[in-house]
Design a protein around this ligand. Structure first.
Ligand code: PEP
Ligand code: MG
Length: 747
């Protein structure tokens, strides 16, 4: 195989010459397989290319039977070649026949070859095909060999004619005409109308091979210097008008721009013969393949920062793509696979909407979008393949929908929706400062859920009566290291200040399950939602919670506070957590610190078990908050993150509603205030039914407060309860249909 970097460079130079020769694409592919087989000293070299999203086709081979070319096909994931494509990573086997997933394809005559090395041919993280070498002798290829073959695959990926072979290549580049709707998830509510602004650079690389590696390294280093300067500038600009969370994010970003490892890996690729741009792309492809594999959302975000920096570096190196200062299209709606905080900050607040294929509600981009109140959709699969710059697009941030190139009917329905939303908004604004009083005079307290400093200004705009749930873990999730007590205390003081005297309920750290904190080693658990999470971690490893409790107490500066423990499944956990708080209060007093004038201590009821806790629990708790998101998933044994089962069980299911009623009755028996803070509290019909079941406090996203208040003010709760009771007797599984009908008849 390739003995030294020099060999690999020679091979690349020959490849480059082949690519420059006259001849059609097939001839070039054939020539490449011959060159690679000879250059690396193996009997077989084959190129498989993607026919469609599921199939690979053998398009050229040196060593296998020529009759099988354009005949042999494999599905993604099928055989070793399919595995390389599916996992976007190499398979290196000294005896292919014993390798997991091996599939013998008789028409190729490959039975005599033992060793197999396959690497993905990919461009900008998209797998276009697989490059394979095989030989008769059993041998495991070295890491250098794998690397060298990956470098060759990078050059093949840059071949201009590849599009003609990659089955859906044409479809990928042809301007699409048809209207198409994307169903994603909402990361920020609101509606927007505008034109697509594609974020990922569409960069053309003319010469993938380095003639002079020293010169290429100099180009790379110069570009990295410019990158660092621009990131530093961005950081200074951010410092002026951003909060701590944005700064954290930007610091992590700067760390990557200065990463030695990143530079060293790219220089090694240049030494192997690649041009600087292709070296950047090679790293970028590896990063994207890792992104698709890592389950840890925080790590994915970090990898995305690196992806974002690679895009910038490519723009600097090639001088192509949009650069800072270029004018934006009219009403720009940013469309991207994902976006890092740096690039989003650079686009600025002029964006009308953001639509991403990936991302998450807690992502850095979402934090900024929320701070700017820009409607944002995540998980809009494949939109970057379908959208073209300038296409008309409608963003429905409430439903998590994007309509690309909408037809007239959709566009006019959307306009109606915006007009209605504006009208409704006017109605909600008019009642913003009024209490949520039902027609029969029952007052429901409407609070808001928050988790970041950026959420707090909504307390005024929504008319929330306080923060019913402050999810403290969000601030941990965006950090790269454990916060110090003084940092936390400073942030919590800003939460108290932002609440302007309205009550705030801090929930202690609710980590574990899907909320993986970057600086704590994740547990490898078979069933994380049922695993070591929330209060279970805090009680077993009390250090963080103690520090957090101190930070909350000090941040209060004497103001009253509510503290709530998440995921309490049995009374003894509440006793232990409360004892920890009592001890912390005692310590604070001994140290001479001011403590809050009033401290109420509550528990989240998120497992059915707590509803049946001993009476003493209800006596001891100052308040209880029903975490409906978790409670529902455990009540129905249906994972809240699993789309297949999530919607299968209705919140207004008779069983669940009756269970909520039982909880309120137990709380009432002991005069323990009870609220509901899961997502369902923000849905008007559900909120009305919860109130009818006896709940008097609901906590929800700020944007939901107006619609919920509007609904509550329009009903007689006693009548609603009668209607629900009748519906419960009807035998229907859910009361939804009957209650919806009843409500519409009331109006
Ligand atoms: C809940 O489970 O309903 C809740 C409010 O907590 P989280 O969504 O943060 O788990
Ligand atoms: Mg929960």
């Amino acid at each position: 195989m390739v003995k030294s970097r020099l060999d690999s460079r020679q091979l690349l130079t020959r490849l480059r010459d082949t690519l420059a020769e006259d001849g059609d694409g097939q001839q070039r592919l054939d020539h490449i397989t011959q060159l690679v087989a000879a250059g690396v000293g193996v009997e077989v070299c084959s190129i498989y290319l993607r026919r469609d999203r599921q199939t690979l086709e053998l398009c050229a081979t040196e060593g296998l039977k020529q009759e099988s070319v354009h005949v042999t096909r494999l599905r993604y994931g099928e055989g070793l070649v399919g595995r390389v494509a599916k996992e976007a990573s190499p398979v290196n086997a000294d005896d292919a026949t014993t390798e997991k997933g091996f599939r013998y394809m008789p028409e190729t005559g490959e039975e005599m070859y033992s060793s197999f090395l396959g690497v993905p041919i990919q461009r900008l993280g998209e797998v276009l095909g697989v490059l394979v070498i095989q030989s008769k002798v059993q041998r495991k290829y070295s890491d250098d060999d794998v690397y060298a073959l990956e470098v060759v695959a990078m050059v093949i990926a840059e071949m201009k004619e590849l599009g003609a072979f990659v089955g859906d290549g044409e479809a990928m580049t042809a301007p699409h005409q048809r209207p198409i709707m994307f169903t994603g998830a909402s990361a920020q509510e609101g509606a927007a109308r505008g034109n697509v602004l594609l974020h990922d650079p569409q960069i053309v690389i003319t010469n993938p091979v380095a003639d002079d590696p020293e010169e290429e390294k100099k180009r790379l280093n110069d570009a990295m210097d410019s990158l660092r300067i621009s990131v530093n500038d961005m950081l200074s600009a951010t410092k002026k008008d951003s909060d701590d969370e944005q700064l954290e994010v930007m610091e992590a970003y700067r760390m990557f721009a200065n990463s030695k490892g990143w530079r060293t890996r790219m220089e090694a690729s240049i030494d192997s013969g690649l041009a600087a741009e292709v070296a950047v792309e090679k790293e970028q492809s590896a990063t994207r393949a890792r992104m698709a594999r890592v389950p840890d959302p925080y790590l994915r975000e970090r990898l995305h920062d690196l992806d974002d920096l690679s895009n910038r570096l490519l723009r600097i190196l090639t001088g192509q793509g949009r650069s800072a200062g270029d004018p934006l299209p009219e009403n720009p709606v940013l469309v991207a696979r994902n976006i890092g905080p740096g690039e989003l900050l650079e686009y600025g607040k002029d964006l009308r909407g953001i639509v991403l294929e990936q991302g998450s509600v807690g992502s850095h981009a979402a934090i900024i979008a929320r701070a700017w109140a820009i409607p944002m959709i995540i998980h809009a699969d494949n939109i970057t393949r379908e959208a073209l710059n300038g296409d008309a697009i409608l963003v429905d941030g409430d439903q998590g929908l994007a309509h690309l190139r909408p037809d007239d009917i959709v566009a006019s329905a959307f306009n109606d929706k915006i007009a209605m939303a504006n009208q409704a908004q006017e109605r909600f604004s008019a009642i913003r400062d009024k209490p949520a009083l039902t027609k029969d005079g029952i007052k429901i307290d409407l609070m808001m859920n928050a988790g970041l400093l950026a959420d707090l200004p909504s307390i005024d705009s929504s008319g929330a009566e306080g923060v019913g749930l402050f999810r403290t873990e969000l601030q941990f999730l965006v950090r790269s290291e454990m916060p110090k007590r003084t940092d936390l205390s400073r942030q919590y003081t800003r939460v108290f200040d932002g609440a302007k005297g309205k009550p705030v309920t801090f929930r202690t750290l609710d980590i574990g399950s899907d909320k993986v904190v970057p600086f704590l080693k994740p547990e490898d658990e078979p069933n994380p939602a049922l695993g070591w999470r929330a209060i279970r971690i805090s009680l077993d490893k009390p250090g963080i919670m103690r520090m957090q409790l101190e930070a909350i107490l000090r941040a209060s500066k004497g103001r009253p506070v509510n503290i709530m423990f998440p995921f309490v499944a049995q009374f003894s956990e509440f006793i232990d957590a409360k004892a920890m708080l009592d001890k912390t209060i005692e310590n604070e007093l001994r140290l001479g610190h001011t403590i809050p004038s009033d401290i109420k201590v509550g528990a989240m009821l998120e497992t059915p078990s707590l509803a049946f806790a001993p009476n003493q629990f209800f006596e001891m708790a100052d308040f209880i908050s029903i975490g409906g998101n978790d409670l529902k998933q455990f009540f129905f044994a249906a994972d809240r993150e699993n789309e297949r089962v999530r919607r299968r069980y209705d919140t207004l299911n008779v069983s669940f509603l009756t269970f909520i009623e039982l909880i309120t009755q137990r709380c009432d028996e002991f005069n323990t205030p009870v609220s509901f803070c899961g997502e369902d509290a923000g849905r008007p019909l559900e909120a009305m039914c919860f109130a009818a079941m006896g709940l008097r406090t609901l906590s929800m996203r700020p944007a939901s407060i107006g619609p919920v208040k509007d609904r509550l003010m329009s009903v007689n709760l006693a009548d609603a309860k009668i209607a629900i009771d009748e519906a419960r007797l009807s035998g229907d599984q859910s009361v939804r249909d009957r209650i919806r009908k009843w409500y519409s008849e009331q109006r």
